[in-house]
Design a protein around this ligand. Structure first.
Ligand SMILES: Nc1nc2c(ncn2[C@@H]2O[C@H](COP(=O)(O)OP(=O)(O)OP(=O)(O)O)[C@@H](O)[C@H]2O)c(=O)[nH]1
Ligand SMILES: [Mg+2]
Length: 610
C-alpha cells in the first residue's frame, strides 16, 4: 500500500458548467493518457445514455497524483434530477470544488449543491469556469456566490474561500481573473492547500461507510466505501452493520482502490481512502463495515425525498409482446426491485393493479432515464402521467414547490410572466443583465412545471433557458390546468392511411405516419381544441372508376410530430399513458374502449352542469 498523502474532493455544480471537462483536463495533465492516445472527450461520462445525452447521470470517482499526493476526485451530475448522487458523493469527501460558469453565474442547482455542502461544513474552492467565453462576466461571479452563501445562512468561516479562474476546455487555471493561465498547476496547488487531508487514525478499529454500489462481471457486486478509521485488508473478516440494525459476520474477497481511471487490486487501504470491495453479495448503500470486535455503525445515509411519481406497468396495448422480450409483471417487478438497490433516490410502491407499480423519483428526467434504460434491456411498459408526490403536514395537504430560473430575451418577458402566472409561479427576483437578456427567478408548484418546457420554448421561440430544482413542500395551491388541448384518438385498429391523415391534419398535429399500426384508444394527434376527438385514421379513399389510380400520391402530408420519451410524458393527460417498447413509443388512452370513454365524458359534463 502506498503511504502517499491523500485528498478527497467532489466537483459540484449546476448542469453543464464543465465538471466532467475539468476532470478530463486534470487526467491529461497528470499523465493518465499517453500523448498520442485517442481518448473521447468527457471520459468520465462512460455510460451509453450519458454519452448520448451529453450529461453526467451517475457520480463516479477517479484519482490523479500531484506532487506525490493522491487526489481522489468524485465527478457528480449537475442535473437536478440526479441530486441524490451528489448527496452521496459528499459523504465520501473532505472538501468540494464548486464550479460556476463565468457567463451563466450561479443557477438553481448551484444553490442546491452548495446548500448540501454547507450543511456538511465541507471546505470549498470556487472555480469560475469557462472564462474564455466571450460573454463571460468573470469578475462578478465570486460576489454572486458570496450573495448566495449569505442567502443560504452560511457561517462566517464559510464565507471565505479561495477563487480560481479556469478554462477547463482549454486546460488552464489562474489565480488572477485578468491573466489567463497556462496549465492547471494553480488549481492543483490551491486544492492541496485548502482541502484538508482525511483524519488518519490508521491504528483504530476499522470503520467504513458504503456510499455507492457497482457491479463487476467477474466478482459481482462491489461496495464503494469511504474508510473512516483503521486499515482495511483483503480477505479480512468484518462486522457488517446492516440497514435493519442487525450485525452480520462477513469477509472481504477482493479489495480495490482507484488509480486514474482503473480499479487496481490492493492488499490493504488506509483511512480516508475510497475503496471498492467484493464479497458481500447483497450489501446496500448506507451500511457500515467494521472491525469484528467493534461494530460501530455510522448513520444510514439519507437523501431528499422523491417529489414526482409515475406508474409503470406491463404493456397492455393490443400491440403488446411484438417488439420486446420482457413483458411479464414478474420480470418488471424484479427489475424495479433491482433498481432500488443502487438508486437510493427512487421508491417503488404497489398499486391496486397487480401488473402496475408507482415509481417515485426526483423529476421527469430521472424517471425517463429509468424507463429508457429498461426499454433498451427489452422491456415493454405502460407509463402513466407524472404526478407530484403530495404529503400531509399537520392535517394539511402539501405539495412540492420548485425554485425555477429562466433566462430569456427581453422581448419575451411579458409572455413568460403571463404563462408563469397561470402556472401559479411567484416571481422572487428579476435581473436585467443589460445584455438584452433577463433572468427571472420563481417559486412554483412542481405541478406547474409538468409540460412546462414545451410551452416555454414555444413562447420564447426556442431561445429561453429554464432550470429548476426542488425547494420545499408548501400547502396545496388549488386547481391548475397545464394542457389546454385535447387528444385525437383512433376509434379502431388498422394502419393509418394518407387519406385519413390528410383530412384531419389541418385541425390537429399528428403523431403517426401512413401505414403505422394504430389501435382503438391510441392517441394519434393533438387536437387544437380542448376536448378529445375519436376519429377513423385508417379510412381508405372510396375507389371510384372516375379518378385515375395512384391519386393518393399527390396528397401533401405534413410529417408526423415525433415525441421523445420526456416529451411524451410531459404531454399526456391524467387519463392517458405512454406505451414503451424497445422499438416504439405510442400514446394511448388508459381506457381504450371508445364507448366507455364516451360515456365517461358525458357523465363528466352532466356532473359539471349539475
Ligand atoms: N467555452 C468553454 N466551454 C466549456 C468549458 N468547460 C466545459 N465546456 C463545455 O461545456 C459543456 C458541458 O461540459 P461538461 O463537462 O459535460 O459539463 P458538466 O458540468 O460535467 O455537465 P453535467 O455533468 O451534465 O452536469 C461541454 O460542451 C463542454 O465542452 C470551458 O472552460 N470553456
Ligand atoms: Mg458531467
Amino acid at each position: 500500500m502506498s503511504a502517499r498523502p491523500l485528498r478527497n474532493a467532489a466537483i459540484i455544480a449546476h448542469v453543464d458548467h464543465g465538471k466532467t471537462t475539468l476532470v478530463d483536463a486534470m487526467l491529461w495533465q497528470t499523465g493518465a493518457f499517453r500523448a498520442n492516445e485517442h481518448v473521447d472527450d468527457r471520459v468520465m461520462d462512460s455510460t451509453d445514455l450519458e454519452r448520448e445525452k451529453g450529461i453526467t447521470i451517475l457520480a463516479k470517482n477517479t484519482s490523479v497524483e500531484w506532487g506525490g499526493t493522491k487526489l481522489n476526485i468524485v465527478d457528480t451530475p449537475g442535473h437536478a434530477d440526479f441530486g441524490g448522487e451528489v448527496e452521496r458523493a459528499l459523504a465520501m469527501v473532505d472538501g468540494v470544488v464548486l464550479l460556476v460558469d463565468a457567463a451563466e453565474g450561479p443557477l438553481p442547482q448551484t444553490r442546491f449543491v452548495l446548500r448540501k455542502a454547507l450543511a456538511l461544513d465541507l471546505p470549498m474552492v470556487l472555480v469560475v469556469n469557462k472564462v474564455d467565453r466571450p460573454d463571460a462576466r468573470t469578475a462578478e461571479i465570486a460576489d454572486e456566490v458570496l450573495d448566495l452563501l449569505i442567502d443560504l445562512d452560511a457561517h462566517d468561516h464559510q464565507l471565505e474561500f479561495p477563487v480560481v479562474y479556469a478554462s477547463a476546455r482549454d486546460g488552464w487555471a489562474s489565480l488572477d481573473h485578468e491573466t489567463p493561465g497556462v496549465d492547471l498547476k494553480p488549481l492543483f496547488e490551491v486544492l492541496l492547500d485548502s482541502i484538508p487531508p482525511p483524519a488518519t487514525d490508521a491504528e483504530g478499529p476499522l470503520q467504513a461507510h458504503v456510499t455507492n454500489l457497482d457491479a463487476d462481471p467477474y466478482v459481482g457486486r462491489l461496495a464503494l466505501c469511504r474508510i473512516h478509521r483503521g486499515t482495511m485488508r483483503k480477505g479480512q473478516n468484518l462486522a457488517w452493520c446492516r440497514r435493519d440494525g442487525t450485525v452480520v459476520n462477513a469477509k472481504i474477497a477482493e479489495l480495490y482502490v482507484t488509480e486514474q481511471l482503473d480499479r487496481v487490486p490492493v492488499d490493504e487501504a488506509g483511512p480516508g481512502e475510497l475503496i471498492a470491495l467484493s464479497g458481500l453479495p447483497d450489501v446496500t448503500i448506507g451500511e457500515t463495515l467494521c472491525d469484528p470486535g467493534h461494530p460501530d455503525p455510522l448513520p444510514v445515509l439519507t437523501v431528499d425525498e422523491p417529489s414526482l411519481s409515475v406508474t409503470i406497468g406491463t404493456n397492455t396495448s393490443p400491440l403488446a409482446g411484438k417488439e420486446g422480450s420482457k413483458v411479464t409483471a414478474r420480470l418488471l417487478k424484479n427489475r424495479l426491485d433491482a433498481e432500488l438497490i443502487g438508486n437510493v433516490s427512487l421508491r417503488v410502491l404497489d398499486t391496486e393493479r397487480p401488473d402496475t407499480w408507482e415509481v417515485q423519483g426526483r423529476g421527469e428526467l430521472a424517471l425517463a432515464v429509468l424507463v429508457e434504460i429498461m426499454r433498451r434491456e427489452g422491456f415493454e411498459l405502460t407509463v402513466g402521467k407524472p404526478e407530484v408526490v403530495t404529503k400531509e403536514v399537520d392535517g394539511v395537504l402539501h405539495e412540492p414547490v420548485e425554485r425555477l430560473t429562466v433566462d430569456i430575451p427581453e422581448e419575451h418577458v411579458g409572455a413568460v410572466t403571463q404563462m408563469m402566472g397561470t402556472r401559479r409561479g411567484d416571481m422572487t427576483e428579476m435581473v436585467n443583465h443589460g445584455t438584452g437578456w433577463v433572468r427571472l427567478d420563481y417559486l412554483i408548484p412542481a405541478r406547474g412545471l409538468i409540460g412546462f418546457r414545451t410551452a416555454f420554448l414555444t413562447e420564447t421561440r426556442g431561445t429561453g433557458l429554464a432550470h429548476h430544482v426542488f425547494e420545499r413542500y408548501e400547502p396545496w395551491k388549488g386547481e391548475l390546468r397545464n394542457r389546454v388541448t385535447g387528444s385525437i384518438v383512433s376509434d379502431r385498429s388498422g394502419k393509418a392511411t394518407p387519406y385519413a391523415i390528410e383530412s384531419i391534419q389541418e385541425r390537429a398535429s399528428l403523431f403517426v405516419a401512413p401505414t403505422e399500426p394504430v389501435y382503438e384508444g391510441m392517441i394519434v394527434g393533438e387536437n387544437s381544441r380542448s376536448e378529445d376527438m375519436d376519429i377513423n385514421i385508417v379510412r381508405e379513399k372510396k375507389q371510384t372508376n372516375v379518378r385515375a389510380a395512384g391519386s393518393d400520391n399527390t396528397v401533401k402530408l405534413v410529417p408526423p410530430r415525433v415525441l421523445s420519451l420526456e416529451h411524451a410524458l410531459e404531454f399526456i393527460a391524467a387519463d392517458e399513458a405512454v406505451e414503451v417498447t424497445p422499438l416504439s413509443l405510442r400514446l394511448r388512452k388508459v381506457d381504450l374502449d371508445s364507448t366507455t370513454r364516451a360515456r365517461a365524458r358525458k357523465q363528466l359534463k352532466a356532473d359539471r352542469t349539475a
